[in-house]
Ligand binder design. Sequence first.
Ligand code: ATP
Ligand code: MG
Length: 631
Amino acid sequence: MSPTAYADFHARSLTERDAFWAEQAKRIDWQTPPQQICDASQPPFARWFVGGTTNLCHNAVDRHAATRPGDRALIWVSTEVGQEKVYSFAQLQAEVEAMAAMLLAQGVGPGDRVLIYMPMIPEAAFAMLACARIGAIHSVVFGGFASVSLASRIDDAVPTLIVSADAGSRGGKRVAYKPLLDEAITLAQHKPAAVLMVDRGLVPFERVAGRDLDYAELRRRHDGARVPCAWLESNTPSYTLYTSGTTGRPKGVQRDVGGYAVALAASMDWIFGGKPGETYFSTSDIGWVVGHSYIVYGPLIHGMATLMYEGTPVNPDAAVLWSLVEKYQVTVMFSAPTAVRVLKKHDAVLLKRHDLSSLRALFLAGEPLDEPTARWIAEGLGVPIIDNYWQTETGWPLLTVAHHIPGVEAVPTRLGSPGVPMYGYDVKLLDEQTGVELTGPDQKGVLAIAHPLPPGALQTVWGDDARFVNTYWRSIPGREVYSTFDWATRDADGYTFILGRTDDVINVAGHRLGTREIEECISGHAALAEVAVVGVADQLKGQVAIAFAVLRDAALASPALEGEIMKHVDAQLGAVARPARVLFVTLLPKTRSGKLLRRALQAVAEGRDPGDLTTLDDPSALAQVKTLLHK
Ligand code: ATP
Ligand code: MG
């Protein structure tokens, strides 16, 4: 039998939606099977697997512990403190049950929120799974966030309890969490009744009597505790998680139980091609959606071991990630273009130092993957590099190339494009102004998704249905579709190319250009490690492009190089796209999740207030830009 074309498979996922997802629902255990596959009767809301009861922790841990108790489940490596630990599924279940017992003893019940403010340590995963086990809603806040950001998230989640630790560590530097947490609780309106503290012995801290609990002591007290999984209706909220805050105030995404479990299980198999018993390694952080979907839940639900890494890609040296691949026989790896660009500043030989024969593919997401970076890492590693595009909101990839669907033709990768719409996503390219669907090749528009969003996507904005409806579904005139707020184009074969955020579109004398187009072009220059382009108000042309470039060797910065880069853009994209200036910097402003903060660059370049900077990672990057601009 000849294989089905992917386009036909995708079309069936939409036209025979319920039958399609009913099959996928069999990938997980249900206590009560779903009565209805999708309730789309109240757009833009959607409810998946209605009436079915299940549990994320059961599917991630218990069901594997029952059949393969000794197999590896969680591998933890910290190059920051020089420790490694391996937990089998049975050991992981014991840890999770003990933590669940602690939460219950503190009066945490179903539907209660637990805020997790933790470094990348096993207890963070135990806490997430323990919440899932008892039906509490976790809200993980990226560790090391400043107290003001943390305070606003405490007030948004209103947690019964907070789980935290004395400190995290980054690049060998200890970051004390407890003072930040204490300060945040002081600032917040809501005061949680209890704080469960994991003491790593890194930084001494003060305990607040009557509020702060010692994890080690409670762990001993609850050793051997048995806590059954709570069977939850599929649409019960499982967690809330904030977007990265790249474009403004972060949005608190709310996720369900059943739809999320099914979507992750399908993606682990069809998109990532992972196999139970193998090891999956995502370099993200549990504070981000990749950490939720592909460090904790996805790999474990699929019966894989997950490698949780506390450390940077360059410590002790720029080969550390590959040494872990070799040591733990990682088969599937997930990282971000920003991490690869960091490695690109080091010798490519480091990519070849370790035996990577176990590795089948490296998936990259989070930001546009420029062609030079894609080529560099593909050549260095010798495995397929698979770009995938998605959002905190969607929970799993929306555009990529699924290579592991049995009987379905694999869509080849195409440089510069994350790929084609994944099954379940009814993706549209629309004119932002008129809402008209763009079907011809190479037209530019906003990437949108028709109702209903597939399983695993956000249910709503936590505590704010109106924000969910108004922000995401009402931005394109005349149509109720979900806007990704990303600008894109599609080629004749249906590959989508992301051009930048809709906020970042530059309008030079009537020509609309995506920042990404210019960045992609400039980054082709061999001297560059990284570049950011923003549109800046200009009296004559409306807007002009300004480029901020990080050189591989900072000493090469010169007016001649600036001219050369401008000429390069002229030749490739035409004079309209030519940046008015190319400024050489050593650092670009990024969010804590490593995304370019273009809006901050733009504001500074226009002499405006850069707005909410609570997600800015290193303030010195912006200071540097200010100095340069006002020289
Ligand atoms: P906020 O919504 O708070 O402004 P954010 O959009 O950066 O922050 P995330 O949900 O972490 O928060 O990131 C999703 C966005 O990242 C996408 O909308 C897109 O702009 C970008 N992105 C993710 N993956 C890719 C990719 N493979 N190629 C291009 N862009 C990507
Ligand atoms: Mg976003």
